[in-house]
Design a protein around this ligand. Structure first.
Ligand code: BGC
Length: 481
């Protein structure tokens, strides 16, 4: 590939920029792998943990202890995401990622070596803090490093990394669960955190953060690499400097009080982050084995769950390819419609399968309705992977003005963790009571999401980060491209 730094042919500029930003996105993406690994690992390790700590029966508060071990990571992620915004401003996006990796390493090793359930819970919180840091600093760092024309694809690499993490954990689970090697599964997670620390230390700070700290020369040298040419870098530096000057002295509360724009952007980001969870994607991932068992496919439920996570991974490539070509709105709206339709089909098919819809797993036969349910769940996962999965992380990391961006991304990301927590807690009983009803509820939330995006979300494809906030100054609906 040609890399002559003085050549300004558009093709070479784009190729130089792409090489560099892909490398940056891949390193920051290790945080996404941690995120996904942490979702997937507990699903399979749960049985081994129960056995190790004598929590297998429903006696006493065993169930509560197990539920707390599963969900404590979400509490940690919420706390991590909430504090990561301020940290991203103070120490920078890159160092917040490094700390995220550090917490994850300590949390994973602590879980691997835990000798009591309380130790396990405490270290799951620590793992969660690491993931929470990365869920803010990862997409933010990539969005600020990427060139406008490839920002969508680059931030979507973070989502791809999440799906790789889920898949890896589920794949490992197939081997590790029966052989009681759950401690190894946690221990292996530490490698991801260590990779993030080392990789990030080799990366440059975000140019937007550097300008905010008055380090313009260094910002320019980073921009030369990310934009692929000197003139483009100088132009971008000027735009960033202008914004930073306009925003100097602004803090979050002042900015919030100063007009409509930030309020609308915040409602959009927090709403989208929460609605991504209300789509029910994690009810599928957390409880797929139970759902699959419930439709009569008893012996292959873990393999099919791993297949679901593989499809989730592969379908993310569709979003990576389309997001900077087709734009954010059509992809998000189209994908959410498809996910909703898939869930409606699941809901209808459960009506034909009433005895299984109530969680009866006594039969070993799969009916036509069962096959339809399975196929429609696959369609819903593919639709999520092309839309709500990557697009939510992208939109929340690109719609805010630089001065308050990290605090706002932190708030939106913590709303995502709150949603994740409620879905994890609520869906088990709902799926147990009637899985069909659960899918109708998720379809209802997706209908709301479609209307929400339609009315509130501007098209930000190819627009420079510094110009995106203008969309929210006027009538958002009218200014949609
Ligand atoms: C969500 C996760 C989810 C994953 C599935 C992410 O965008 O935030 O909660 O498990 O997608 O791929």
């Amino acid at each position: 590939m040609p890399t002559n730094p003085t050549s300004n042919s558009p093709k070479e500029v784009a190729s130089r920029s792409a090489q560099y930003t892909v490398a940056v996105a891949l390193v920051a993406g290790l945080g996404g792998v941690m995120f996904g690994y942490d979702i997937g690992v507990i699903a399979d390790a749960k049985k081994g943990v129960e056995k190790a700590f004598g929590l297998e029966t429903n006696a006493g508060n065993n169930l509560l202890v197990i539920q707390t071990i599963v969900s404590s990571v979400l509490a940690g992620s919420f706390l991590g995401a909430l504090s990561a915004g301020r940290l991203c401003d103070k120490i920078g996006r890159r160092w917040t990622n490094v700390w995220g990796g550090g917490f994850f390493v300590v949390g994973c090793l602590g879980c691997a070596l835990a000798v009591t359930p309380s130790m396990m819970i405490a270290f799951r919180v620590v793992m969660g803090i690491g993931v929470g840091f990365s869920s803010v600093a990862g997409p933010l760092y990539i969005a600020e490093i990427a060139a406008p024309w490839s920002r969508g694809a680059m931030v979507s690499l973070y989502q791809l990394a999440i799906t790789v993490g889920i898949f890896l954990a589920m794949l490992l689970g197939i081997w590790l669960t029966p052989s009681d090697l759950w401690r190894l599964a946690f221990g292996l997670g530490a490698i991801l955190g260590a990779g993030l620390i080392l990789g990030m230390l080799a990366m440059p700070p975000s140019p937007r953060w550097l300008v905010g700290k008055g380090r313009d020369t260094m910002a320019l040298s980073v921009l030369k690499r990310t934009m692929g040419s000197i003139p483009a870098a100088e132009e971008e530096l000027e735009a960033i400097k202008q914004k930073v000057e306009e925003e100097s002295g602004t803090n979050f509360l002042k900015a919030l009080a100063s007009g409509r724009a930030l309020k609308v952007a915040l409602v959009l980001a927090i709403g989208l982050a929460f609605l991504q969870q209300a789509s029910g994607i994690n009810a599928i991932f957390y409880y797929a084995p139970e759902i699959i068992e419930g439709i009569g496919l008893k012996d292959i439920e873990f393999k099919l769950t791993a297949a679901l996570s593989l499809v989730n991974l592969l379908a993310t490539f569709i979003a990576i390819y389309l997001v900077d070509r087709m734009g954010r709105r059509p992809l998000l709206i189209g994908g959410t419609i498809l996910m909703m339709l898939g869930q409606i089909v699941v809901g209808i098919a459960y009506l034909w399968l009433p005895e299984m819809g109530t969680g009866d797993t006594t039969t070993n036969e799969v009916s036509i309705a069962g096959i339809i349910i399975l196929a429609a769940i696959f369609v819903s996962v593919i639709a999520f992977a092309c839309s709500l999965g990557p697009l939510v992380w992208l939109v929340i990391s690109e719609i805010f003005p630089a001065g308050v961006r990290s605090v706002c991304v932190g708030l939106a990301s913590s709303a995502n963790w709150v949603g994740n927590f409620f879905i994890a807690q609520g869906s088990l009983s709902l799926v147990d009571y009637n899985a069909g009803v659960a899918f109708w509820i998720f379809a209802g939330f997706n209908l709301f999401t479609i209307a929400f995006v339609w009315y509130l979300m501007p098209e930000t494809k190819g627009v420079e980060l510094e110009k995106i906030e203008d969309f929210f100054k006027g009538n958002g609906a009218k200014e949609r491209a």
